[in-house]
Write a new protein. Structure first.
Length: 319
């Protein structure tokens, strides 16, 4: 391999590693001191930051960022970052992914693996920040769903004690842990600023795609139009949520073996392909150097995707 190419890849990898370390270990003392001054009254808030719900988003502004412009609308990166409660700007996350991808390509080249491993390792490492973001979103939404029944029970008790719905949501914001306390507090702050509580609840549904939450918002809207005992309705919704989670736990326990079998069956061909590509590249090169090999590889990939979807359909039982 050319010494110039090795030097260039090493330079890119070292530069990316230094940038990543500098970002992770950056000094946050000024920001922490500024927040402390706000809490103890030494510093006034700026006029444009009257509430956390008015904080600037990484996507706001007259001009779209490059990432937002290149991302399809159905992916909605703004909603993805908001649902994951990720305060990292998309550009920074994209930069981390590019640095990791460059580091993966460089490590593969320097380790003298097969040249075909370089793009694979680069793509895998590039996708790690986005997989982390999707996992963070999934964990946050699952945690929200697990806390919803207790929150509705707390609101119902507040209503029986004579408090308003907004006061009950404020109790949830004070007593419940994150993330449900953050979302209910945002609704409470929005209605304090004059936004109708129905609109605030609908906005929360847009931020948190949870079916049980939609039941709650729908019941609140119907009750405010037709009347009725909202506390009793919330108790019944909470009971349904708890029973559904109990049944869902039983279903997951019964389908655990099927999910593990699916993971093994899907990952085994790719692991075997990577092993053979590293040990004997000329043995598997026929998969993309001959017409028959390309046809076989295409059919195998299609069957792998169909098998993964079929197994997922079997083990994902909706309750």
């Amino acid at each position: 391999m050319s010494p110039l190419l090795i030097a260039m890849t090493a330079f890119v990898a070292v530069t990316g590693l230094i940038g990543l370390v500098a970002f992770v270990f950056r000094d946050t003392t000024p920001q922490a001191a500024s927040r402390l001054d706000l809490l103890i009254g030494k510093k006034r808030r700026d006029g444009g930051d009257k509430s956390d719900i008015l904080r600037k988003s990484a996507f706001e502004g007259d001009k779209k960022s490059l990432m937002e412009a290149l991302t399809p609308q159905f992916l909605s990166p703004q909603k993805l970052f908001e649902q994951a409660d990720c305060h990292i700007k998309p550009g920074i996350l994209m930069g981390i992914g590019l640095l990791l991808g460059a580091a993966g390509v460089t490590a593969t080249v320097l380790a003298r693996f097969s040249i075909y491993f370089a793009p694979v390792s680069g793509l895998v490492l590039f996708s790690l920040p986005w997989l982390w973001l999707w996992n963070k979103r999934r964990m946050r939404l699952n945690k929200f769903g697990g806390q919803l029944s207790d929150a509705l029970e707390l609101v119902a008790r507040a209503l029986r004690a004579g408090h308003s719905l907004a006061a009950g949501m404020h109790v949830v914001a004070q007593e419940m842990p994150v993330p449900i306390s953050e979302e209910f507090n945002r609704v409470f702050e929005e209605q304090n600023l004059g936004i109708p509580i129905e609109d605030s609840l609908k906005s929360m549904c847009d931020r948190v795609p949870n079916l049980d939450l939609r039941f709650f918002v729908t019941s609140v809207g119907i009750q405010r139009q037709t009347g009725g005992d909202l506390a009793e309705i919330l108790d019944k919704i909470g009971y349904v949520i708890r029973e559904r989670f109990r049944i869902l736990g039983q279903v997951k326990a019964l389908t655990g073996e099927g999910r593990l079998s699916g993971v093994v069956l899907i990952s085994l061909p790719f692991a075997l392909f990577a092993f053979m590509l590293n040990m004997k590249p000329d043995y598997v090169e026929t998969l993309w150097t001959t017409d028959m090999g390309r046809i076989m590889a295409g059919v195998a990939l299609v069957l792998q995707v169909l098998g993964a979807l079929w197994i997922r359909k079997i083990v994902n039982i909706k309750v």
